[in-house]
Every structure is written in C-alpha cells, then in structure tokens.
Ligand binder design. Structure first.
Ligand SMILES: Cc1ncc(COP(=O)(O)O)c(C=O)c1O
Length: 379
C-alpha cells in the first residue's frame, strides 16, 4: 500500500503540522490578504489588525490566557529575549536562571549570552542518570530560593519527554521564582492552561500541531506582572495609543501590547489563522487518542525490532512524538532518506529517529514503515 498521498505516511508533526485541506485554506488566506493589501483603498489596516487579533484570541482560548496578556512575536527565541529584557533592572543579578539540558538549544544560546550582561548564573540541570531527559525530582532538587527564573520545557524536542508540570510549578511558587514555559512541542495537541497552575510566561510557535506558518510565535505574560515589565525594545505600538507621537510623552500600554514595538508583523499570523481555527474546532480528545494509538503501535513495533526507546514509555509522560535509537547516525540518515523516497516523512537527530503521527497519519502507515525498517536494518 502506498502512503505518499494526503499525508497518510507523514510523521513530522514535531516539525510542521498538517491537516486535511491545509494547502487550500492557507492559499485562500494568503490570496485574500494579497487582494486586500493591493486594493486602492484604505481597508488594509482594519483587515490585517482584525485578523492578527483573531490569531491572538484563538491562542488565548487555547491556553486560557486573559484578554490583554498574549501577543505575537517572531520566534520563541525572540519572545524569550523580549521577556528577559523586560524584567525590572537588576532583578536577576546574583541569582540563578535554571534550565534543563534538554531545553531547546536556541533558548540556551540566548540565556548563556544574557547571563554576563544581566549578572545571573545560568544553571543547566543535566540529563538524569541513564535517561535522555531530566526527571522532575532532579530538577526540583536543583531549584532553590536563589533561582530568579526557571525555564520549563513542557515537552522536549529530543525525547518528547514531559516533566510533572504541576509539581514543578508548585515548587517554583514556594521558591518565589518566576516561571516561563516553552510549550512549542505539544501546543494544540495536549491541553495547556496558563492559569492552572498559574505560570508567569508562556512561549510558543504555531507551526507544529497547530499547523501554522513560521514566524507566528506568541508570548503570554501573567496580568499581575505586566505593570512591572518594561520591554527594552519599545516603540509606537508599545503604547496604549500608537499615534501618541509626543517625543517626551512615551508611555507603555497597560497590557501585553507593551511588548509590541513597531508596526506589528502580521503576515505569519494571517497565514496561521486557518490552522488554528481548524484545530480549535476539532474534538481534541479524538486527536489525542489517534496520536496515542499510533504511538503505542510504533513503540510495539520498535520493541519487536529491539530498537531502544528514546522517550518515556508511559503515555502521560510524553508529548505527541516518540523517539527511538538506531544503531548509528549513518544508518538513521540512510533510513530517513529511504523512507522519504517511499513517501514516508520522519527525521533523525544523530542516531535518534523521531516520529510524530498526527491527524493525517494513518495507522496502516506505521506497519508499512516498520516492515520496511525491518528489511532495511537487517540488510
Ligand atoms: C521545544 C522547542 N522550543 C522552541 C522551538 C522553536 O524555537 P524558535 O521559534 O526560536 O526557532 C522548537 C522548535 O522545534 C522546539 O522544539
């Protein structure tokens, strides 16, 4: 059976999400944008800002963020940068910023560069003994009252591992630390509530399970914190009224708009809106159940082949992806290339094969992939 049409053999939701009709919906949205933007009238801004707001409102609904607490950013890295540079001057001086070794590397690069400038020590909790992820208890052990800010990775990109979010947040509250959460890897698939348990910052992109476009990132900041935040990059759109142009009268908007700077970049949000709308209209439980069923099948077949699992075995400790180790990086690369030729989409990081089945992926493709893998690994 061939799986190269309609994405039946697509296992790359940890990278880019697909849903039925994505191409057409996105093309329509972009064509409408082009039409409005090119019309000889003054309807452009009302349209673009309305769509951007719809993007923001869908995201707010998704993570239960109150009005005025969520805005766009280009990338998660940019969003974290904006947050770090908005914290009250000196707040992190002499403190630790706590991260895990399996956080998204880009965020580690950013924080390592900010540490000497902002006077904090970046403390990276190593992977737990014998595991390609950090266990909740190991992270909590390192989390003392001198931690000014902790960055939690809700689901990791290297092992699809999920720590005990509620336990971490409860501990972080006791320590008096700020808590930022990167929800990129499972946003739109697994339910996430920014207020239960309440965290200070949430960051994500829209292009994975939410099936959006690159450049459509978001930041959410807790409403009670917002008045204290002074984004370093500030501009006319950081104000309550962007048209307040008195050079001596700049003032931050009272809400998250203070993180907006110049003319809001909106095209990525417009391109992502159809995916968000589609995902929010679905039966989430059915989408999760489909993912879980296919992942369980993948794990069973990987066990049969004797491939060591590189993700937690318990479903509730995983995101939507599952990883397994192949004998070496060369074989993994060759396998991915062979699968691509046969219409199956997956990827590898070194010897670790990553598979994320989503809405368009069919269960029969799992067996087809593993039948092929068995042949190719024995050859
Ligand atoms: C956990 C996680 N965070 C963040 C990102 C993306 O970060 P950025 O938008 O800065 O490229 C990814 C992308 O794969 C990711 O897996």
């Amino acid at each position: 059976m061939s799986h190269n049409s309609e994405g039946a053999g697509y296992f790359l939701y940890h990278s880019i999400g697909l849903y039925p009709g994505k191409e057409e919906a996105m093309a329509n949205a972009m064509a409408e944008f082009a039409r409005v933007w090119s019309a000889p009238n003054d309807a452009q801004w009302g349209y673009v800002m309305g769509k951007r707001q719809a993007f923001i409102d869908h995201w707010r609904q998704l993570i239960n963020a109150p009005e005025g607490t969520l805005t766009t950013c280009e990338t998660v890295t940019d969003g974290l940068h904006a947050i770090m540079r908005a914290l009250p001057e000196g707040m992190l001086r002499g403190k630790r910023v706590l991260v895990t070794a399996d956080c998204f590397p880009s965020l580690h690069f950013l924080l390592a560069g900010l540490a000497p400038r902002m006077g904090f020590r970046l403390d990276t909790v190593p992977l737990s003994e014998g595991r390609p992820w950090v266990e909740t208890a190991d992270f909590i052990d390192r989390w003392g009252p001198d931690v000014g800010l902790a960055l939690l990775t809700w689901v990791t990109s290297i092992a699809s591992a999920r720590m005990d979010h509620a336990a971490l947040v409860a501990h972080g509250r006791d320590m008096g630390s700020l808590i930022a959460v990167d929800i990129t890897q499972a946003a739109g698939l697994l339910p996430f509530d920014a207020r239960d348990p309440a965290v200070d910052f949430v960051l994500s992109t829209s292009l994975k399970w939410l099936c959006g476009a690159p450049g459509a990132g978001i930041i959410h900041a807790d409403a009670t914190l917002l008045p204290e935040l002074q984004p370093e990059a500030r501009g006319w759109f950081s104000q309550e009224n962007p048209f307040s142009w008195d050079l001596d009268a700049f003032s931050y908007a009272p809400d998250i708009r203070r993180f907006d700077t110049g003319t809001p970049p909106s095209v990525a949000a417009l391109a992502s809106l159809p995916g968000l709308e589609w995902m929010l209209a679905q039966d989430r439980a059915a989408i999760i159940a489909h993912n879980r069923r296919l992942v369980e099948r993948i794990i069973a077949r990987a066990d049969d082949l004797g491939l060591p699992l590189h993700s937690p075995r318990e479903a509730e400790r995983r995101g939507g992806a599952v990883m397994m180790r192949l004998p070496d990086a060369e074989r993994a690369a060759a396998l991915v290339a062979d699968m691509r030729q046969h219409g199956y989409g997956m990827d590898a990081r070194g010897p670790v094969l990553r598979l994320s089945p989503g809405i368009v992926t069919q269960e029969s493709a799992v067996d087809a992939v593993f039948d092929r893998m068995r042949e190719s690994l024995s050859g």
